[in-house]
Design a protein around this ligand. Structure first.
Ligand code: UD1
Ligand code: CA
Length: 452
């Protein structure tokens, strides 16, 4: 029996107070709807249908080709959304309903839910959880003998019902035919004036079909995101999950409380993450590295055995055994070789630095190509912006060059192999290999050695 996943993601998300559709708010770097899709994918079910409404286009762009979209033009409630979604679901299939704002649900739990439905074949199997603070969720009302009788939304609940701790996760498997019929019977006669999907539960029972409730193992999975406060809670829970996975993979996280991690980050064994570090985007870190304290890596690639201390690396590559920091910044497009030492207080942008080079103190290297074993003296600046046109000019520094402290390299410029610039020189012309230049503007005081 095919089970068709339908994800409801059309809601206005009023409580977020945001111009961004709720399901596109990010948790650990990923729009929350992508977690729901990943769980569906993990459970090995058919192609999902996603019901979109508010910000439909943006949601479709984010989800891409992995789903079929149906637009719910007006948001009249979850029952109405599902009715719209069913237009894209073939008759004769069972339906797995998910809400796009429940991002911590795992594929494993979905598998369990679907397996229960397949084995027991009730009218509905729904997922529930017992929460210490059930505020905001629909409550599961059970009758004598403990069978589920209905779901009551908080806004419509009596004080007694509000005291119920068992809540509706918003994840259900329905018999398709029964669901289609049940949805037509739902009326918006409730505190919110909406068509509630949850009303289908009592209707199903009234038709003599069974409703099974499956409690989730870990209540954190059912956390629904309605507000910015919920968003922060979901972030914390997801982060804890991701950090546990990292530690299980052989990474030392010295202080999980102050380590921030995105979902698409990978870290190799025996790397140590020191406190106050944020690993973001598609960052890849090798084995045996030391990251932090206070490092921020965004879409960075860090080779084995490298160290990043109190520095920021954005869309750049740091090679094996290289060190950066404290207090340095690799801006986008920087490719740093092996055993390179960078910083204190160095800024590198869109530049290549060859193996074994050193940029120890207070420098700016922009749009530069630097060879191997080059020494960049303290305070060296590539003057890559010469006028107001905005055009950046390249600087090339060949292998084993020695750039003296406080050298201004006025681009475009080439410093030949093994050349030396004196302290404080302002270099405006290419320097031949092996030559020594000093002064303002720099002049050759010792020409290249023959064959140098
Ligand atoms: C819903 C459930 C509640 C459950 C909780 C779990 C109903 C009536 N209530 O409440 O029992 O405990 O989720 O998190 O189902 N949506 C649409 N179109 C609409 C309305 C909503 O697509 O017209 C989508 C939303 O984008 C959201 C999901 O359905 O992803 C749930 O809607 P929401 O308004 O957040 O329901 P809750 O009040 O959280
Ligand atoms: Ca919700």
């Amino acid at each position: 029996m095919t089970v068709r996943p339908i994800i409801l993601a059309a809601g206005v998300g009023k409580r977020m107070r945001s111009s961004l559709p709720k399901v596109l708010h990010r948790i650990c770097g990923r729009p929350m709807i992508r977690y729901v899709l990943a769980a569906v994918d993990e459970a090995g079910l058919g192609r999902p249908v996603v019901v979109v409404g508010r910000g439909a286009e943006a949601v479709q762009v984010e989800v891409g080709d992995g789903a079929t979209f149906v637009v719910q033009a007006e948001q009249k409630g979850t029952a109405h959304a599902l009715l719209v979604g069913l237009e894209a679901a073939p008759d004769g299939e069972a339906v797995l309903v998910l809400y796009g704002d429940v991002p911590l649900l795992t594929g494993q739990t979905l598998e369990r839910l679907v397996a229960h439905y397949r084995d027991a074949r009730p009218g509905v199997t729904l997922l529930t959880a017992s929460l210490p603070d059930p505020a905001g969720y629909g409550r599961i009302v059970r009758g004598t003998g403990g069978t589920v009788t209905r779901i009551v939304e908080e806004a419509d609940a009596s004080p007694d019902e509000r005291a119920i701790r068992e809540i509706n996760a918003g994840t259900y498997v329905f018999d398709g035919a029964l669901l289609r019929e049940g949805l037509r019977h739902v009326q918006p006669t409730n505190a919110q004036g909406e068509y509630y999907l949850t009303d289908v539960i009592a209707w199903t029972l009234s038709r003599g079909a069974r409703v099974d409730a499956l409690p989730v193992d870990d209540p954190v999975e059912v956390l629904g995101v309605n507000s910015r406060r919920d968003l922060a809670r979901a972030e914390a829970a997801m982060r804890e999950r991701l950090l546990d996975r990292l530690m299980d993979g052989g990474v030392t996280v010295v202080d999980p409380q102050t380590t921030y991690l995105h979902a698409d980050v990978a870290v190799g064994e025996d790397t140590i993450i020191q406190p106050g570090s944020s690993l973001e985007g598609t960052t890849r870190i090798g084995r045996g590295c030391v990251i932090g304290p206070n490092a921020r890596l965004v879409d960075a690639t860090i080779g084995d055995g490298a160290a990043v201390v109190a520095s920021t690396v954005v869309q750049s590559v740091l090679g094996e055994g290289s060190r950066i920091g404290p207090y340095s910044h690799l801006r986008p497009g920087s490719r740093i070789g092996r055993r390179v030492e960078i910083g204190n207080f160095a800024e590198v942008k869109n530049s290549t630095i060859g193996d074994g080079s050193k940029v120890h103190h207070k420098s700016y290297l922009g749009d530069a190509t630097i060879g191997e074993r080059v020494n960049i003296g303290a305070g060296t600046i590539t003057c890559n912006l010469r006028d107001r046109s905005g055009k950046k000019w390249p600087t090339i520094i060949e292998d084993e060059a020695f750039i003296g402290s406080d050298t201004m390299l006025v681009a475009p410029l080439r410093i030949g192999k093994g050349a030396t610039t004196g302290a404080g020189s302002v270099v405006t012309k290419d320097v031949p290999a092996g030559a020594v230049v000093v002064g303002v503007p720099a002049r050759v005081i010792r020409p290249s050695e023959v064959g140098g």
